[in-house]
Design a protein around this ligand. Structure first.
Ligand code: AMP
Ligand code: ZN
Ligand code: FE
Ligand code: FE
Length: 282
């Protein structure tokens, strides 16, 4: 029985598998299709598509944008986007530029506290990555200042901590518009990760729909059958397609395996079919 996974991360963002390695891994696991959805970048897509063509595995181009809605971080998945779209590239380049300003500010705070850190050498160590807090967290662990990555976030890099610097976000509305303008299909990612009440989640979905979102991620690592049914209800009520994926990050989320998540995940194949018809209609 072949499976699918519509939510994965590579070394182009914060995963540990290169795009080629991820596609090879998907092949070994007998997957039929995989979508690459790196955070705020499309830089892994071409390589993944080439690997998929070589191995006979379908690769869907994707992205996961971090957006802001009513003061919350909301993730939006974009599928079938044209990675060469100028409007998308401009927006992503702007995010990178904002990040480098922020990274310097984080490094400055760390140096102020006696920590040796240089953003340029960090960028040289992780040439394919968009440098962000996870990389600073690694340095804190390596220098023995934090015990592990979550400790680094809990004590130093998390919201309100000594080395925390907020970053600019796309608005939820603009992110959906951006995905559509670059030829993609917008899907609200892991809707239960925001811990909203029914009313607030309903407001989020309604606003997503009014901005042009077409889907909702119903099947996700750790979601119970009841939770998936609750999300299917939203899909039906708002005439959205259902999608699903594991949020695979390789060794950065070691409990999560492609397609099956922590073991119980199953993304129905109809999710792929529905997604592909929407992409084809764009
Ligand atoms: P940034 O975009 O630079 O603000 O970093 C956000 C990323 O840091 C997220 O995508 C997570 O991968 C990671 N992250 C955030 N909070 C934590 C945490 N408490 N423990 C480990 N990783 C985290
Ligand atoms: Zn991630
Ligand atoms: Fe996410
Ligand atoms: Fe993700």
């Amino acid at each position: 029985m072949s499976a699918i996974d519509l939510h994965t991360h590579t070394t182009a963002s914060d995963g540990t598998f290169t795009p080629t390695q991820l596609v090879e891994h998907a092949r070994e696991k007998n997957l039929e299709a995989v979508a690459i959805t790196d955070h705020d970048t499309t830089s892994g897509i071409d390589e993944a598509i080439a690997a998929g063509a070589l191995l006979g595995l379908e690769v869907i181009s994707g992205i996961e944008l971090t957006t802001e809605w009513r003061g919350n971080d909301i993730h939006i998945l974009g599928y079938g986007i044209d990675a060469d779209s100028m409007i998308l590239r401009d927006a992503l380049l702007r995010l990178v530029a904002q990040r480098s300003v922020r990274n310097e500010a984080i490094a400055e705070k760390m140096r102020h506290n006696g920590i040796q850190i240089d953003v340029k050498s960090l960028a040289m160590r992780f040439p394919d990555a968009i440098i962000g807090r996870p990389h600073f967290a690694r340095v804190l662990v390596e220098q023995g200042i934090a015990e592990n990555i979550s400790d680094a976030f809990f004590r130093f890099l998390g919201n309100g901590c000594a080395f925390y610097v907020p970053r600019e976000h796309l608005s939820f509305q603009n992110a959906i518009g951006l995905i559509r303008a670059s030829g993609g299909v917008a899907v609200i990612a892991h809707p239960l990760q925001y811990h909203f009440s029914d009313d607030i989640l309903d407001a989020l979905v309604a606003e997503g729909v009014s901005c042009g979102a077409s889907g909702i991620e119903v099947h996700y690592t750790g979601y119970t059958m009841e939770q998936q049914e609750r999300l299917s209800d939203y899909a039906q009520r708002y005439r959205l397609i259902s999608t699903g994926g594991s949020d695979f990050h390789g060794a950065n989320k070691p409990d999560i395996e492609l397609a099956v998540g922590t073991g119980a995940l199953h993304v129905p194949k109809r999710c792929l079919h529905a997604l592909k018809s929407l992409i084809a209609a764009r």
